[in-house]
Design a protein around this ligand. Structure first.
Ligand SMILES: Nc1ncnc2c1ncn2[C@@H]1O[C@H](COP(=O)(O)OP(=O)(O)OP(=O)(O)O)[C@@H](O)[C@H]1O
Ligand SMILES: [Mg+2]
Length: 353
């Protein structure tokens, strides 16, 4: 679908920054038309939820000026504890029929009131039980309405019309994994892990079909905060110490704090993946792709590889894309690549709509 300059922008409202991307073209030959980011003040977004709507909306307005697109619509990503993803098995129904009675059918399966939730679903499988009953497996997404409205409100206050809401986890997977976009038919499941500042999105998919999603309230700031506390530094100073540690520079005490906290991050991700693997119908993991600024935390990729006995790859969210129209230099592309996946994936989903 050629939507040109009018296709919706992917809008990622993260803990550390607001990011916007616009893409064109279908799978395999997508172009990045625009990308920009604007930092957010500390505390404006916490645990993936908007705390300061004014600050977020100001950042959205600024990022819009920077991307210089005609589009005034955006698909907004969400990732917090007020959205849940559950896999449920139900007697087979036509999709239309299921949609019309969704609320009643899923009320018992979600840990929030269906009255105050936005619901969406994907039918990921169909099968017949041993007893001969035709069943379907549904991936259900339920998001608290007031939380969704806070994102919609921040965008609208910046003059941006929401064209849709999507899970940041889905978007990250779309952007970083060629097989999540349905390009290849390799067997086995792939885990895509987006480690942010305060939120980590975990998604396991099997040839593009999402099987498992977990949103953890932990990220790279878990290390920064410990460095700030342990070494009595400001957040900015602790961030600088963390970056130095990545270059192999730092005191033994800083190193000790880093390894301890990285160990905790690895443990959180590992236990989510083990939970997925413990499910009866899980596929073995054959690939692990990491993205997000927090994935650059020194020792994290290696720690996960060792723990999961899997080769972990750092994502190249922009690698397969034509970036010549984005106006970004090669250096800028390399710099934004780790943090671009969610915005790019949201935009990809929008241009495929
Ligand atoms: N070069 C680097 N080395 C180590 N850590 C880094 C590096 N660059 C960024 N980070 C860390 O990445 C984190 C920010 O990641 P990212 O920008 O993906 O988060 P976010 O999208 O703003 O937040 P979230 O997704 O958690 O809401 C911070 O903790 C930051 O310290
Ligand atoms: Mg993020």
């Amino acid at each position: 679908m050629a939507l040109g300059q009018g296709s919706p922008v992917g809008l990622d409202i993260g803990t550390s920054a607001v990011r916007a991307a616009q893409v064109s073209g279908g799978r395999g030959r997508a172009s990045l038309l625009a990308f920009a980011q604007v930092p957010l003040p500390a505390g404006a977004v916490r645990d993936g939820e908007i705390q300061d709507q004014g600050a977020v909306s100001q950042a959205i307005a600024q990022v819009w000026k920077r991307i210089k697109v005609r589009a005034k619509t955006a698909v907004i990503g969400i990732a917090n504890q007020r959205v849940v993803v559950r896999q449920i098995d139900l007697p087979f129904q036509e999709e239309k029929e299921f949609r019309s009675t969704l609320r009643f059918q899923v009320a018992d399966h979600i840990p929030m009131s269906v009255e105050a939730a936005e619901l969406d679903f994907q039918i990921v499988d169909e099968y017949v039980t041993e007893g001969g009953e035709r069943m379907m497996r549904v991936l259900l997404v339920a998001a608290a309405t007031d939380m969704v409205e806070s994102f919609v409100g921040a965008a609208m206050a910046a003059g941006v019309q929401p064209a849709g809401i999507d899970l940041a986890a889905f978007a990250a997977a779309r952007a970083v994994s060629s097989s999540a976009r349905g390009d290849s038919g390799e067997p086995g499941a792939e885990a895509v892990v987006d480690v942010g500042a305060g939120v980590t999105n975990i998604l396991v998919h099997d040839n593009g079909e999402p099987r498992f999603v977990r949103i953890l309230l932990i990220g790279g700031d878990h290390v920064t905060e410990a460095l700030a506390d342990g070494l009595d530094l400001s957040a900015e100073e602790a961030e600088a110490v963390k970056l130095d540690l990545g270059r192999g520079v730092g005191t033994p005490e800083a190193q000790r704090i880093l390894s301890e906290r990285v160990g905790e991050l690895v443990e959180e991700v590992r236990s989510s993946l083990e939970y997925y693997l413990s499910q009866e119908d899980s596929q073995p993991l054959t690939s692990l792709v990491l993205t997000g600024g927090g994935s650059l935390t020194p020792g994290l990729v290696n720690g996960l590889q060792v723990d999961m006995r899997l080769e972990a790859q750092a994502s190249a969210a922009l690698a397969g894309m034509n970036v010549s129209k984005s106006g970004l230099t090669d250096e800028q592309i390399a710099q934004v690549e780790p943090v671009a996946a969610v915005a790019v994936g949201l935009a990809m989903g929008a241009s495929g709509r």
